[in-house]
Design a protein around this ligand. Structure first.
Ligand code: PLP
Length: 383
């Protein structure tokens, strides 16, 4: 269906930070399938785990147990500080849907609303679309499910007014990814946590894009010294194999009883085997620390590029503001999209996250040489 533009290139193969198109041309992948292939392409440990599992057991449904999903749940719970329970889904949007249903069930009748931020992105299902704070994306699909409202990111007064007696949860990304790699002001998340505690509403952190090392910590919320009640994950968890997860404090998770929520595929052995291998590699390689170190190099390099006016983000989720000022000397209008296309022609994959900024989200195992190579391409394009 024509819901995506015609792709500029078709990829046939990937290895580490490299992609190869159908003509065999090599590209350096600094987008990672939208911050998803955090261990790079075809990681041997993940590939082997998937192959072994494919020969062992793919699927049994959640009416029966399997030996893989519980391992992944236990590891996620440990990384998240313990004391929680996990529901597995197949995507970020589904992980968030689980969070919404859980929040409604936990809060009880009359308390159902979710407050999220303008500029956020939480998914494309009808409910996650409404949670997404981009009203222009809502219009063609009205009426959307009730119970979602938005406040400006960082505006505590607006949040205070929005969290009325009908609110069950506040939903925030630690760093807005799709909305432009937007950071909240210092102190915001600690104040939000306090407000949620005072009002008795859940704080749900959408870590679908930021989770599992991307920001230089295991989870983005760790930068702010807070503990959420619910955390949603997807993208990096399967390194490209579709899997999502909704973690909640055990007493919150206890609001669900058998029959309240479900999924045919969620937590099935194949996807869970990928996630188990991903988490093992991430722990063995200490990818959050690697992402923090590599992120410093990449950030400094981006800031020094011709025309770049600012760099924002954390770890290896960064956006460079390109200082574009409308039409160039030849009268052609310039945009981040054109910069990204020019980079693609030179063999570098980056993403125009806004009309004036490009986003980079490479593998968390990216090498210094690969960072320098990507910066050289961008420097040539921008010059
Ligand atoms: N939440 C965040 C923060 C995201 O960045 C995304 C996707 O980009 C989603 C949710 C939706 O995830 P999915 O596309 O897997 O449904």
């Amino acid at each position: 269906m024509p819901n995506y533009a015609t792709p500029p290139v078709t990829f046939a193969r990937g290895e580490g930070s490299r992609l190869f198109d159908t003509d065999g041309k090599a590209y350096l992948d600094f987008l990672g399938g939208l911050a998803t292939t955090s261990l790079g392409h075809s990681h041997p440990t993940v590939a082997e785990a998937i192959a072994v599992q494919a020969r062992t057991l793919l699927h049994v449904s959640n009416l029966y147990g399997n030996t893989v999903g519980p391992d992944v749940a236990a590891t996620l719970d440990r990384l998240l500080g313990g004391g929680g329970r996990v529901f597995f889904a197949n995507s970020g949007a589904e992980a968030n849907e689980c969070a919404f249903k859980l929040a409604r069930k936990w809060a009880g009748p009359g308390r159902y609303a979710v407050v999220s931020a303008y500029g956020s992105f939480h998914g494309r299902t009808l409910a996650t679309l409404h949670a997404t704070g981009q009203p222009e994306k809502h219009e063609p699909f009205q009426p959307l499910p009730e119970g979602f409202r938005h406040v400006a990111l960082g505006d505590l007064g607006a949040l205070d007014r929005a969290v009325g007696p009908d609110v069950a949860a506040v939903l925030l990304e630690p760093l807005q990814g799709e909305g432009g790699v937007n950071e909240a002001p210092a102190g915001y998340f600690a104040a939000v946590r306090q407000l949620c505690d005072e009002r008795g509403v859940l704080l749900v952190m959408d870590e679908v894009q930021t989770g599992l090392g991307r920001t230089g910590r295991w989870f983005g919320f760790e930068h702010f010294d807070i503990r959420p009640d619910v955390v949603t994950l997807a993208k990096a968890l399967g390194n490209g194999v579709p899997i999502g997860a909704c973690w909640a404090r055990a007493d919150v998770a206890a609001a669900f009883v058998p029959g309240d929520h479900g999924t045919t595929f969620g937590g099935q052995p194949l996807a869970a085997s990928a996630a188990r291998a991903v988490l093992a590699v991430m722990e063995a390689e200490d990818v959050p620390a690697r992402a923090a170190r590599a992120g410093e190099r990449l950030r400094a390099g981006l800031a020094a590029l011709p025309g770049v006016t600012s760099v924002r983000g954390m770890g290896l989720l960064l956006a460079a503001e390109l200082g574009l000022r409308g039409p160039n000397a030849t009268g052609a209008s310039r945009s981040a999209r054109e910069v990204a296309l020019a980079a693609l022609e030179r063999g570098l994959v980056v993403n125009p996250v806004t009309p004036t900024a490009i986003r980079v989200a490479p593998s968390l195992l990216v090498s210094d040489d690969e960072i320098d190579e990507a910066l050289d391409v961008l420097a040539a394009v921008l010059a």
